[in-house]
Design a protein around this ligand. Structure first.
Ligand SMILES: C[S@@+](CC[C@H](N)C(=O)[O-])C[C@H]1O[C@@H](n2cnc3c(N)ncnc32)[C@H](O)[C@@H]1O
Length: 360
C-alpha cells in the first residue's frame, strides 16, 4: 500500500471529503462498517453467548415466539428479552416477524447443528475473561483461566483429576466429528495397518477412522485420567482397540504402529515440548512409518482471519500453546528427522489443516 494512500486514509479531512464523493462514498461506507464490525466483535460474541446460555436458540426450534414467551423462563424481564432478541436478529441468527415474534434463521439453526459448538460457546466464558484485559494478558505474569481448563499444559502431574479430564475431553470429543471429516477427506489411510492416535482423548477420532477403515487396528495413547472415558466409546471395535496410558512428555510411546496421528495436540504446547514429542514419535515409528499432524494452523506469511486471531489468542491464553503455520510445523518435523513432508490444506482451515511426514 503506497504511503500516500495510508496517509490519506488516516486523515479526518480526507475521510470527510471522501464521504461526499459518489464512488468514494460507497467505499468509505463499506470500510466504516467493516471497522465498526471490528469494534463490536466482542458485543456480537456476547449476544451469541447470552442466546446460548439462556437456551433461546434451542427453544425457538419449536417455532416463532414473542419476547414475553421467553422472558419468564430466562428470569429476564420482557423489555430486556426484547433487546436480546432484537440483537440476535441484528446479527443474523433470528428473524423478526411483522407480529413481533422471533424465529430462527438458517444460521441460528446451524449454530445448534454444528457438533460441539454450543459447548464451545458456553466454555468461552473462561477465554473471554482472560481477554477482558488483553494488554495484561499479552504482558503475562498471571495465571489464566484457560490454563485451568486444560491442566495438562503444566505437565501430566497437573492433569490427574478425572472430573476435569472428562470435562475437557467431552468438549474435544463433541467437535471431533468435524475434524475427523476434514482429515479423512484429505488423508487416505487405506494402506495403514495400525494407527496410534497420540493425545487422542477419549477416542472420537479413532472411532471415526475405525468406522471408515474396518481392517485398521486402533491404538490410543493419552493421560490415565483421560483414558477412563475411552473404553466405552471404543468398546464396539472390540479386539481392534488397545489403550495405552501415559504421558508423551515423560514416557516412551508404544511401538508397533505404522501410522501415528497427532490431532489438535501440538498447538497446546511449547516448541520444546513439541520437539520432544516429535522425536518420541520418530522413535516409535518403523522406517517408512507415517505421521499425520492435523490442527488449525496459522496462515504464516498470509495471516488468516480466524486461525491467526481466534486460535492464536486462544492457544496463547492457554499459556504454553502456539498456533503454528504449516511451514513452522514442517521445520519442526524436519528437525525431528522426518522426510517427505507434505502440507495438505483442508477445505475448512479453521477446523484443521494437515501435514504428513515419513520416518526416513
Ligand atoms: C486438545 S486435546 C485433543 C484431543 C483429540 N486429539 C481431539 O482432537 O479431539 C489434547 C489431548 O492431548 C492430551 N495430552 C496432553 N498432554 C498430554 C501428555 N503429556 N501425554 C499424553 N496426552 C496428553 C490431552 O489429555 C488431550 O486429550
Amino acid at each position: 500500500m503506497p504511503a500516500l494512500l495510508l496517509r490519506l486514509a488516516g486523515s479526518p479531512r480526507f475521510q470527510a471529503w471522501a464521504a461526499r464523493v459518489p464512488l468514494l462514498r460507497r467505499i468509505s461506507r463499506a470500510e466504516g462498517a467493516a471497522i465498526f464490525d471490528l469494534v463490536q466483535g466482542f458485543v456480537r460474541a456476547q449476544v451469541l453467548a447470552a442466546l446460548v446460555e439462556l437456551d433461546i436458540l434451542a427453544q425457538l426450534k419449536s417455532g416463532p415466539m414473542l419476547p414475553a414467551d421467553l422472558a419468564g423462563g430466562a428470569g429476564i424481564n420482557v423489555d430486556r428479552m426484547a433487546i436480546l432478541l432484537q440483537a440476535g436478529a441484528g446479527i443474523g441468527l433470528l428473524r423478526k416477524g411483522r407480529d413481533g415474534r422471533f424465529a430462527l434463521r438458517l444460521r441460528g439453526a446451524a449454530v445448534l447443528a454444528v457438533p460441539g459448538l454450543v459447548g464451545m460457546i458456553r466454555h468461552h466464558r473462561a477465554f473471554y475473561d482472560d481477554l477482558a484485559d488483553p494488554v495484561a494478558l499479552l504482558r503475562g505474569g498471571t495465571q489464566t483461566q484457560l490454563s485451568q481448563v486444560w491442566p495438562y499444559v503444566f505437565g501430566a502431574g497437573a492433569a490427574k483429576d478425572p472430573a476435569r479430564a472428562a470435562r475437557y475431553s467431552a468438549l474435544m470429543a463433541d467437535s471431533q466429528a468435524l475434524v475427523a471429516a476434514e482429515v479423512l477427506a484429505h488423508v487416505p489411510l487405506a494402506s495403514a495397518k495400525r494407527l496410534l492416535d497420540v493425545g487422542g482423548g477419549t477416542g472420537a477420532f479413532l472411532a471415526a477412522v475405525g468406522a471408515k477403515y474396518p481392517a485398521l487396528d486402533l491404538h490410543l495413547f493419552d493421560l490415565p485420567a483421560v483414558l477412563q472415558g475411552a473404553a466405552a466409546r471404543l468398546g464396539p471395535f472390540g479386539a481392534r482397540v488397545q489403550l495405552h496410558a501415559g504421558s508423551f512428555r515423560d514416557d516412551p510411546l508404544p511401538k508397533g504402529a505404522d501410522t501415528i496421528s497427532l490431532i489438535r495436540v501440538l498447538y497446546d504446547h511449547s516448541d520444546e515440548t513439541v520437539a520432544a514429542v516429535l522425536r518420541a514419535v520418530h522413535t516409535a515409528l518403523p522406517q517408512g512409518g507415517r505421521l499425520i499432524v492435523a490442527e488449525p494452523m496459522s496462515g504464516g506469511a498470509n495471516p488468516d482471519a480466524i486461525t491467526d486471531v481466534y486460535f492464536s489468542l486462544y492457544t496463547f491464553a492457554m499459556q504454553t500453546g502456539r498456533t503454528r503455520s504449516m511451514d513452522e510445523i514442517a521445520t519442526l518435523l524436519g528437525s525431528a528427522g522426518f522426510a517427505n513432508i507434505q502440507k495438505i490444506p483442508c477445505f475448512r482451515p479453521y477446523i484443521a489443516s494437515a501435514i504428513t511426514a515419513i520416518r526416513g
